[in-house]
Write a new protein. Structure first.
Length: 170
C-alpha cells in the first residue's frame, strides 16, 4: 500500500531542560496533535523516525511537545530544524482528491491571467484560501471554491484556477 507524506510543520528548537520541543505547524489551527499518538520526523539526512507523543500543550506561537524517547535538552536540540510529516495511506483518498497541504509549492495558473506564482501557505476562514506568492514577492489570496479551482495537475505540480472577477487587476 502506498502512502502520501505531507510536511505539516517543523521543530523550531528545544524548550526547557527536560526534552520538550517547540513544534511549529504550518496550519496553527491544526488538530493534528489531538488526532495523532505519534509524529514522524524527517531528519536532516532525509531519514524518517517515529516519535511517540507523551504530552503536548499550546505555547506562545508554537506547540510544546514531549516525546517519550527525548529525555533532555540536548536530545531536543538535535531535532531542531527537522520536518514533521504526516504519513497517510493513499487509500484514504477518493479518486482525484488531494490533501490541501500537498499543494504547497505548486505553480498556480489562472485561465485568463496566466501564471500567478507559487502556493506558499493556506488560510482558513469559512472557506480555505490559497496564499500565492509571485516572483516579486507579492501575495494573492484565492478562495478554494467549486468554480474557482479548475484542475489539479499533481504530476506537473501545477493547479489551474479561474479567479473571481475583479480579484486580479489587468
Amino acid at each position: 500500500m502506498s502512502s502520501t507524506a505531507i510536511d505539516v510543520g517543523y521543530i523550531a528548537g528545544a524548550h526547557g531542560v527536560h526534552g520538550e520541543i517547540k513544534l511549529k505547524l504550518f496550519n496553527a489551527e491544526s488538530t493534528l496533535l489531538e488526532e495523532q499518538a505519534d509524529l514522524t520526523i524527517r531528519k536532516k539526512d532525509g531519514s524518517l523516525e517515529d516519535f511517540a507523543i507523551e504530552h503536548w500543550r499550546v505555547g506562545s506561537k508554537c506547540f510544546l511537545v514531549r516525546f517519550r524517547s527525548v529525555k533532555n535538552r540536548r536530545q531536543a536540540e538535535n531535532l531542531k530544524g527537522t520536518t514533521v510529516i504526516l504519513r497517510l495511506a493513499d487509500s484514504s483518498l477518493e479518486d482525484e482528491e488531494v490533501y490541501l497541504e500537498t499543494l504547497r509549492g505548486f505553480e498556480v495558473e489562472d485561465e485568463t491571467h496566466g501564471s500567478l506564482g507559487v502556493i506558499t501557505s493556506f488560510m482558513s476562514t469559512n472557506v480555505d484560501i490559497l496564499v500565492i506568492k509571485n516572483k516579486d514577492g507579492d501575495e494573492t489570496l484565492i478562495p478554494i471554491l467549486e468554480d474557482t479551482l479548475r484542475d489539479v495537475l499533481v504530476k506537473d505540480k501545477r493547479i489551474v484556477v479561474r479567479t473571481p472577477e475583479g480579484l486580479i487587476e489587468g
